[in-house]
Design a binder for this molecule. Sequence first.
Ligand SMILES: O=C(O)CCC(=O)C(=O)O
Ligand SMILES: [Fe+2]
Length: 262
Amino acid sequence: MCSGLSANLIKCNKSTSVRSKLTCHYRRTLIPYKRWKEEVLNFDPWVAQLHDFMRDEESDFFMQESKKTLVPSVAGRVVDGVKYGTTGYVRVGKVAWFLDNHTDPTVGLISRRIEELTTFDTKWRETGPSGAEPFQTVGYGIGGNLMPHMDHHNASKFERDGMMKNSGNRMVTMLLYLNDVEKGGATVWPKLNVSFFPVKNAAVYWFNYKRSGEVDRRLVHAACPVILGHKWVATKWIREKNQFKSRPCGLHPNSTDTYLYI
Ligand SMILES: O=C(O)CCC(=O)C(=O)O
Ligand SMILES: [Fe+2]
């Protein structure tokens, strides 16, 4: 999967009806005249790429600014009941966090852009329910990678983490790609056979939860090792609770999200 070969082969072998849903279109936003170029990478469950979601200066800002505050990642994950918890094993990379009220307006601006596009609340608040987490940037060097995982926190975190109680779990992941990677570094969804190779300024997003509130394990994903160069991403995790108006329950436990996009 990390070479992209199997994903491409599978894409070509998909039936016409499946392939015909992998469209490119202009995506509407809350701003009537504003559209984003969207390409569907997987229809059900939804994984989509937004082309040119950021400008060079915006992604460069995140990269440059992150270099000042990076710390080694301590991501601890449980995938299908198996706990992966030690630094450097789950993720070989470094992370930094950015609040929307950062002195540089870029951070707030990109949060608002995500809000306009998704219609979801993306504000982080010190007290009360937050719509989303602050941006997290990750820098991967050669060999940097992230094991297959789901992004939601496990239940035990509810007891420890006020944000989980107030705002719910990580409903949407939006990954912003801050640079082009010379070789390697794809994000892959093994159960969907989708590989995405980083493209500077692109964004990719998906739903970690079904509309029924159940975790959607089809969205397990990983970051392949960087073979040449560096890889930089910024992540916006949109939390569940404040989005109940924009993403109501469906009529069926497996109701898809396609109504949002047509
Ligand atoms: O870097 C990537 O491609 C994926 C990052 C990711 O999945 C995460 O931070 O949870
Ligand atoms: Fe992830």
